[in-house]
Write a protein that binds this ligand. Sequence first.
Ligand SMILES: NC(=O)c1ccc[n+]([C@@H]2O[C@H](COP(=O)([O-])OP(=O)(O)OC[C@H]3O[C@@H](n4cnc5c(N)ncnc54)[C@H](OP(=O)(O)O)[C@@H]3O)[C@@H](O)[C@H]2O)c1
Length: 284
Amino acid sequence: MIAVTAASGNLGRLVVSSLLKKAPASEIVAAARNTAKISDLSSQGVAVREADYSKPDTLARALAGVDKLLLISGSEVGRRIEQHKNVIAAAQKAGVKLLLYTSLLHCDTSPLALREEHLQTENAVRASGIPFAILRNSWYNENYLNAIAQAAKLGVHYGCAGEGRISAAARADYADAVVAVLTSQENQGGKTYELAGDEGFTLAQFAAEIARHSGKPVRYENLSEADYKAVLVKAGLPEPVAGFFAGTDTGISKGALYDGSRQLHQLIGRPTTPISATVAKVLG
Ligand SMILES: NC(=O)c1ccc[n+]([C@@H]2O[C@H](COP(=O)([O-])OP(=O)(O)OC[C@H]3O[C@@H](n4cnc5c(N)ncnc54)[C@H](OP(=O)(O)O)[C@@H]3O)[C@@H](O)[C@H]2O)c1
């Protein structure tokens, strides 16, 4: 049995649908804290089970009989170390034979604030004694959906990422990579993958791509971190969220989301989805 946690999320859904192309539905467990969100999967023959990272009793039940487990990092920032440790403990008790975790690109050296929870989770995974594979994901192209529409409207994209390159790829690419590892005939135990898009882009190139697809001028304006944060606050973002985005851009300027090793391409056996495809999709 292969179980996927957070199956109600965007990535989890894509993993389950990609997995259904490679494994019988009767061997797949889709686990989510709100099973109503994934009830449609039952009709396809997938076992739907409750799994709330904050409720260990649900995790024990969800992982019964599971051989391979994908732990998708949760979305409750600040609570995730304890939550992920709950899942790892349940996996130990259930006798899981391969544990995959979706981490952050270059987690060991990343300057991003997100790093800490991923690093502590990775450490717990490594210490668990369960054979593991770590999938360190770069950004999703989909993180920029709103920014694309906004920049096309305003004619400008603000940021403070300088010349930093962003090796983003589509969520579906990362989902296929998970499935490649879960269904691999090779021993995956102990592997750490740095997964990123084939072609990185700077925010100036991003703006140029939006201009190309919209047929209107769009420029990138590089600001200081403080000024970019102020722009985001003025646009209505709560101060901590604005600070998070501005800090992330500063991390990007230091290369936090760039990786040129093309491990994602190799795992999925095809080029990753370029940002131009995402821009084209948003702008029609
Ligand atoms: N690489 C990137 O660019 C990037 C961007 C954003 C996020 N991420 C990370 O990657 C993960 C997957 O991405 P995504 O796009 O699928 O995010 P998403 O659509 O926001 O989904 C988050 C998933 O986490 C689940 N979750 C949150 N807290 C949970 C808990 N206590 N117990 C069980 N499940 C819980 C959510 O359940 P509900 O449906 O019940 O809310 C949902 O299924 C995110 O959770 C985040 O850690 C990565």
